[in-house]
Design a protein around this ligand. Sequence first.
Ligand SMILES: Cc1cc2nc3c(=O)[nH]c(=O)nc-3n(C[C@H](O)[C@H](O)[C@H](O)COP(=O)(O)OP(=O)(O)OC[C@H]3O[C@@H](n4cnc5c(N)ncnc54)[C@H](O)[C@@H]3O)c2cc1C
Length: 461
Amino acid sequence: MKTGAEYRESLRDGRRLFLNGRKVADLEAEPLLAAGVAEVAAGYDRYHRPGDAVGPYFSFPTTAEDLRSQLHELLTWDMTTVTTAQGLQALLTAAARMRADHPEYAERIEAYYAWCKREDVRGVQAITDAKGHRRLSPSQQDDPDLYTRIVERRPDGVVIRGAKMHITAAATSHELVVMPTKRMKPGEEDWAVACAVPANAPGVTIINTTYAPRGGATGEDEAYWPHSSRHNMPEGFIVFDDVFVPNERVFLAGEVGHSATFAHALGLWERLGGTAHLAEIGDILTGFAQLIAEANGLERVSHIREKISEMIMYATLVRAGLEAAITNAEKSPEGWMFPSELYTNAAKHYGAAEFSRMVRNLHDIGGGAILTAPSPDDLASPETGDYVRKYMRTMEGVDAGYRSRLFHAIRDYTADTFGGWQHVTMLQSGGGLYAQRMVSAKHYDMAAAKRMALEIAGIER
Ligand SMILES: Cc1cc2nc3c(=O)[nH]c(=O)nc-3n(C[C@H](O)[C@H](O)[C@H](O)COP(=O)(O)OP(=O)(O)OC[C@H]3O[C@@H](n4cnc5c(N)ncnc54)[C@H](O)[C@@H]3O)c2cc1C
């Protein structure tokens, strides 16, 4: 296993990174990216054991209890480690589903998985293509590169070209796991490509965006940004400009019948992880709402209690959906435990669709100081500190420091750069609401529902 220091060193591999139009020569020297590297390095140190030990992010659950405890643990991992675990679980799931038709791909995926484990590398799930005109298929686009594709087939591998967008943790990972974003039709063989590419492969460029705040490494007081100054990971816009991929890292190269297998497999694991995060976030939002209501003297007011009880229902139902996904997990022929597709997708959809209403409740309860509470520096200043202390306190036991910190935390978590990122991410990650509705409908027992309705109607058919 790698140590944090070895991980930091491993990123100095000549990868081609950009941020805000500038080339990034050293990730750790870039204030807006350094916190992400530090978080991943701390994760390496946390799990490091000498010898042949393997991190828990490489284990595939074999019982419902395994699945539950892995999800519990996942909430403590940095996003780079989360994408690694989910990406590899998706690859193994795809291997299981392709084995009968394409045993050679299944074997390559398993060998790759073993290599990732041995080398203790981190990897991303690079699935979302540029997509161009949304209603046109890959072969109908005016630029064929709008979906990642094979541009050359060689005896020893393939050459790929295209872009994968919004890829979480690309700059902080070693491996880019490329998968087709959707089902390809006959005639679209070149776009049916799955493979693994090192982040520093010739032809790979990663353009980064980040919600890293102005705090932390850039010098502002972290108390102002209590969550995002320590937890931020860049998103990468990855360009593959004629990148050669050797055969042993090619997992699909033209077999359109299995082009959607990867997206379906990834959707399951990503949405399960997303639901676990939403269950936790639901509790955090509810906790913030109760704390700020108490600090403002409003916790017994009926409309505030109503909003908080709505938040309690939300947090509890998302958690219940997650629990149902685990309890109804099914064993694959390999002995791996797959969560229920129906409950995973329905819970993720409910959590994502109602998320913005829960944030609205919190903002409604908290008031404008969520955005305008004076900074910790204003509180410390001999010129302004007394004013802040006098007017930001509300009652015995609720002083200005405590109340301002609550406001800063709520702003950071829901209303500033990270808050905005989280708002969109909850909707779009794992493929957006529509995708979750489609999968839920596919796995819902409609025949049973119709039978029950006919019975109530007294109709025999
Ligand atoms: C912060 C963040 C992190 C992400 N991380 C990753 C990652 O690590 N890896 C990864 O692969 N992806 C990642 N994504 C991408 C995410 O999966 C996509 O944003 C999502 O699938 C939507 O795709 P899109 O952004 O291209 O939007 P679009 O596809 O343009 O969708 C926008 C809307 O248009 C609708 N729409 C699109 N096409 C059609 C059509 N043909 N017919 C009808 N309606 C249509 C959609 O349903 C949706 O409502 C991330 C996204 C975000 C925001």
